[in-house]
Design a protein around this ligand. Structure first.
Ligand code: URP
Ligand code: ZN
Ligand code: ZN
Length: 465
């Protein structure tokens, strides 16, 4: 059945205006004032914003990591994402050395069958050899996976060497993909961890102290240099600190095709959280780690001035009881990551728009449009336009709520923002014209999310709407 959303204020990455939206067969088919239509379900959006559904470029659902598996799978994780106003995620498909890439992709297709919102995959590259090089064109053409992730950290687990990164950059240039890096100097981090443990320093704070900002800045600069040498393209995930922002800014000023993402936790939380008593600091263990508070201004300014462009959740959730506590006697064993998928959009709106740090249109760009463009999903995703998928968020900009694990929809037993009040929340969320959240109630179906094959890097305009 047709739907018409009336009286809302449409907000895109470039425009804010009042109009009605007509939805037919999953798509937006008309936008205009007082649209003439009597045979459609009417949705009243008076006093509400209508945003394009959020595009979260960075999630880890149902992922084995740190001796355990992330708590949220594709069902609970995407339900939580939908409550938070996200309608598309791009999850990281892990590969194993010596195994065909296709095998890993099949595993991820299997895991993601219960998604309630649309999804795609980035592919981890842990090694480059003849087999991998042979498979890459098929991965791009047949699977529509047009972004490759290289870890510069997590020694002896995911870490790849510089030659692998360089060869991945060359292959990405040739085939039309975007390379993503986790930028920390894993060798130096490994040395610092061993040194700390040898000195009996086992508490969560040493997670942060053994991954200082310099190792993130160094790796970011190295990746940028290799990108320039390969004349390729790079996206730096989860940027946390001034050192990394400086390297990205410098590279962009030198004409290198490099983009940067930060995450809600780095905008709002800081290193002191890792010092909470009774091992509670483990709830705040991410890699790279939370930084000294002054870095938050650097990140907000970079989002505002365009040197960072996107906000990923880096959703990678583990229960405090039973998972994080694997590292109770040794910080290096605490599973890295946290639950962020649900509050990503709210935090950006409340802390960003409401506090005057970014504009409303920048908010849409950072939470949705730019990721859709960079990762080959635009204009089907990431905007409100005739012909786009009807992925829409009807958002009350003035309602207030307090974030809590007691009310969140993620499967984990804590929320890193527990007790924080945010202004603005999604009321209803549609994916391809169907309600997934209606008046704050989940009405979707497990498995209704669609796998998205993506366009090659640069096939959609990256700058203009
Ligand atoms: O601590 C983090 N960020 N966990 C998720 C894995 C990663 O490095 O992105
Ligand atoms: Zn990472
Ligand atoms: Zn991640």
């Amino acid at each position: 059945m047709k739907k018409i959303i009336r009286n809302g204020t449409i907000v895109t990455a470039t425009d804010t205006y009042k109009a009605d939206i007509l939805i037919e067969e999953n798509k937006i088919t008309a936008i205009g004032l007082n649209l003439d239509c009597t045979d459609a379900e009417m949705i009243d959006a008076t006093d509400h914003y209508i945003f394009p559904g959020g595009v979260d470029p960075h999630t880890h659902l149902d992922m084995p990591f740190g001796g355990t598996v992330t708590k949220d799978d594709f069902e609970s994780g995407t339900i939580a994402a939908a409550f938070g106003g996200t309608t598309t995620i791009i999850d990281f498909c892990l590969t194993n050395k010596g195994e065909p890439l296709q095998k890993a992709i099949e595993t991820w297709h299997e895991k993601s069958k219960k998604a309630v919102i649309d999804y795609s995959f980035h592919l981890m590259i842990g090694e480059i050899n003849d087999e991998v090089l042979q498979e890459l064109p098929r991965v791009i053409e047949k699977e529509g996976i047009t972004s490759f992730k290289v870890f510069m950290a997590y020694k002896n687990v995911f870490q790849a060497d510089d030659a692998t990164l360089y060869r991945t950059l060359l292959a990405a240039k040739e085939y039309g993909a975007l390379v993503m890096v986790h930028a920390e100097n894993g060798d130096v981090v490994d040395y610092l961890i061993n040194q700390a443990l040898a000195e009996g320093k086992v508490e969560p704070i040493y997670h942060a102290l053994t991954r200082p900002p310099e190792v993130e800045g160094e790796a970011t600069g190295r990746a940028a240099t290799l990108t320039g040498l390969a004349n390729s393209q790079l996206y730096v995930v989860h940027v946390t600190c001034a050192e990394a922002v400086e390297k990205i800014t410098e590279a962009r000023n030198n004409g290198i095709d490099i983009w940067g993402e930060t995450c809600p936790q780095y905008l709002v939380l800081d290193q002191s959280m890792l010092e909470k008593p009774d091992f509670e600091g483990a709830k705040y263990v991410w890699s790279p780690p939370l930084r000294e508070k002054w870095n938050q201004d650097v990140l907000w300014n970079a989002l505002k001035n365009g040197n960072l462009q996107t906000l990923g959740s880096d959703q990678c959730s583990f229960d405090f009881n039973g998972q994080k506590d694997i590292g109770r006697d040794d910080f290096s064993k605490i599973p890295n990551g946290g639950p962020m998928i649900e509050d990503r959009v709210s935090i950006l709106f409340s802390e960003g728009v409401k506090k005057g740090r970014i504009s409303l249109n920048q908010f849409v760009d950072i939470s949705s449009t730019r990721s859709a463009k960079l990762f080959g999903l635009y204009p089907e995703k990431g905007t409100i336009a005739v012909g786009s998928d009807a992925d829409l968020v009807i958002f009350n900009p003035n309602s207030k709520r307090t974030i809590s694990s007691e009310t969140h929809h993620m499967a984990v037993d804590y929320n890193a923002f527990e007790g924080m009040e945010v202004t603005g929340e999604p009321v209803s969320v549609l994916v391809r014209g169907e309600f997934v959240i209606k008046e704050k109630q989940f009405v979707g179906n497990a498995g209704s999310g669609q796998y998205l094959k993506r366009k090659k890097y640069g096939e959609t305009s990256l700058i203009e709407d």
